[in-house]
Design a protein around this ligand. Sequence first.
Ligand code: A3P
Length: 331
Amino acid sequence: MQHYEQYHEVDGYYISKSFPEECVRSALSYKTQPGDLFIVSYPKCGTTWMQHIVYNIINGHPPPKNQLLSWIEMPFLEAQGAESVEDMQRPGPIKTHMAFRFQPYSKDAKYIYVARNPYDCCVSHFYHTRNAPIYRFQEGTFDQFFDMFVEGKVDVGDYFDHLLSWHAHRNDPNVLFVTYEQLKKDINAWVVKIADFIGEEFGQKLRSDNSRLENVLLNISVKNMKEILNDSMKTLFDDPETALGSKVPKWIALMRESIGADACDRPMTGDFVRKGVVGDWRNHFSEDQVKRLKKRIHEKTLGSDVMDLWKDADIPHGVFNAKLWAISRGS
Ligand code: A3P
């Protein structure tokens, strides 16, 4: 199928070809600097939300609406390469989608990992893959995407390998592990917790000045983030010279070359900040797909309590039953 051809494996990292090989390689060999702050996630788990939370905490205002400027201030390591991080303004968040084994890791750097339940992640990943021309999946259906997700053959590879790899580090002192669902449930408390994690002085500022906290909360609402991102994401690569003058970074040309200028330059369809809710899986999963994902969860998470992260969330519960599965499949 043509859309499988939009991915490549760079030193074992299964990723969209829009991530140029040269950038991925330099990202994988990036040496962390003391004070580096990473936001790490599997795609569609709330990465951008967390980027905006962190940026607002540090700067007291939202990131630039122009996406190229925003990417320069909050680099996406494997998309833009290590140079982008060396040049960034600090303190600031560095985004990666790396499973633990790929992530430049040191005890002198900090990591915020955002996880999301696999059902809603799959739905969100479907819309992203369909809407972003780089995947050449415009005609793709949820059923097709679901098969790819369960095989682990979507952008950034297998959801469960990613999640499990970071879950094992959830108690490292330099890791803040949070779920999308926890953020949705109590964003006020989490913003202060995140600020404390970035640096005590940031938490202190929010505690001592309620208007500062209110301002962050307003700026990171679904409504405000839709306003900042939904139009500007569509034209991410429009006219970089106007936005950046002579400082157009090399990664833009590499990206065009890697995925093809036609896919790179075509605007995204749909909304990047889409629904922003827990439970949208209900509008997409068939009964059979729920069973198949339960089976996959069972196989991949055997011996781990990782799914307890969502024991109170609105997702299908109940243990996968191999006998019933065999009967329902007529075997
Ligand atoms: P949905 O597609 O389910 O709406 P990522 O940034 O990792 O790509 O994650 C994208 C998901 O986060 C999308 O989920 C998007 O709508 C949601 N999101 C973005 N901003 C948000 C916000 N301020 N509050 C809640 N969810 C948000």
